[in-house]
Design a protein around this ligand. Structure first.
Ligand SMILES: C[S@@+](CC[C@H](N)C(=O)[O-])C[C@H]1O[C@@H](n2cnc3c(N)ncnc32)[C@H](O)[C@@H]1O
Length: 221
C-alpha cells in the first residue's frame, strides 16, 4: 500500500503543470456541468446556513453554490496553494463573498460542528484508503448534528461501458476504493446515516455518482 501523509495531496490533474488546464478538461472532457448542476438542485438548506466545499479546486462549484444560496456563508478549502489562486480570481470575478482557506480534508482547520452542509466533489479519489477514512471522520466532526454530506465522485460502474472503462481506471490505488464501492462502508463507518446514491453519470473515466448522507440529530432534553 502506498503511504500518503495527511498533509500531502495529488493535484487536480495529478501533475502541477497541468493545473492551468483543469477547468477546460472538466468542462469539455469530464462533463462537469451535468453532475455539478444536478448536485446544486439536490442541496436543500435553509438560507443563512454554513456550507463547506472541501477540495474546492478552481472554485467552479464553490461559486455555483454561493449563487444558489446567496444568504448562506460558503467556504472553500483546498490543499493546493496554486489552485487556490485560480479559485481566488474566479471568486473575485463573480463578485461574491466567499472565504477560501488552505488546508487538508484529513485535518480541517475548523471547529467541531461548524457547517450545515459539506460538499466534496472529485476529491475522495485523490486520497489513499487511510486518508479517505480520515476525511470522512473529519466531515463528520465539522458537520453540525443533522448536517448533510454531499459527495460527487467516481463510484461503482452503472452500465457495461462504464464497467469496461473502469477495468483500466481502477488500477490506481486511490480510484480502486471508489470504483469498488468502498465508500458505502467508509461513510457509515464514520458515523453517517441515510446514505443514498442519488444519481449516476457517465464520463470518459468511469461512472461519477452523487452520494448523500446525514449526521444524526442529537436529541438533548
Ligand atoms: C479533481 S480536483 C476537484 C476540484 C473541485 N472540487 C471540482 O469538483 O472541480 C481535486 C482537488 O482536491 C484537492 N485535494 C487533493 N487532496 C487534498 C487533500 N488531502 N486536502 C485538500 N484538498 C485536496 C486538489 O488540490 C484539487 O484541487
Amino acid at each position: 500500500m502506498i503511504e500518503q501523509k495527511a498533509d500531502v495531496f495529488i493535484p487536480a490533474l495529478r501533475f502541477n503543470f497541468l493545473t492551468p488546464f483543469y477547468d477546460w478538461v472538466l468542462r469539455v472532457v469530464m462533463r462537469e456541468a451535468a453532475y455539478k448542476q444536478a448536485l446544486i438542485q439536490l442541496i436543500s438548506l435553509e438560507e443563512g446556513s454554513m456550507i463547506l466545499d472541501a477540495g474546492c479546486g478552481t472554485g467552479t462549484l464553490t461559486v455555483m453554490i454561493k449563487k444558489q444560496f446567496p444568504q448562506s456563508e460558503v467556504v472553500g478549502l483546498d490543499g493546493d496553494q496554486e489552485i487556490l489562486q485560480i479559485a481566488n480570481s474566479k471568486v473575485f470575478l463573480s463578485g461574491d463573498l466567499i472565504q477560501l482557506d488552505h488546508g487538508f480534508v484529513t485535518s480541517m482547520p475548523y471547529r467541531n460542528e461548524s457547517f450545515d452542509a459539506c460538499v466534496c466533489s472529485l476529491v475522495i479519489h485523490h486520497l489513499t484508503t487511510d486518508n479517505k477514512v480520515k476525511a470522512f471522520q473529519e466531515f463528520y466532526r465539522v458537520l453540525k448534528p443533522g448536517g448533510k454530506l454531499y459527495i460527487v465522485d467516481f463510484f461503482t460502474p452503472h452500465n457495461f461501458i462504464m464497467m469496461a472503462i473502469t477495468s483500466i481506471t481502477q488500477l490506481f490505488e486511490e480510484t480502486y476504493d471508489n470504483f469498488r464501492g468502498k465508500l458505502r462502508e467508509f461513510i457509515p463507518n464514520a458515523g453517517f446515516k441515510e446514505l443514498e446514491v442519488r444519481q449516476n453519470f457517465w464520463t470518459p473515466m468511469g461512472t461519477v455518482s452523487i452520494i448523500t448522507a446525514m449526521k444524526q440529530q442529537s436529541y438533548k432534553e
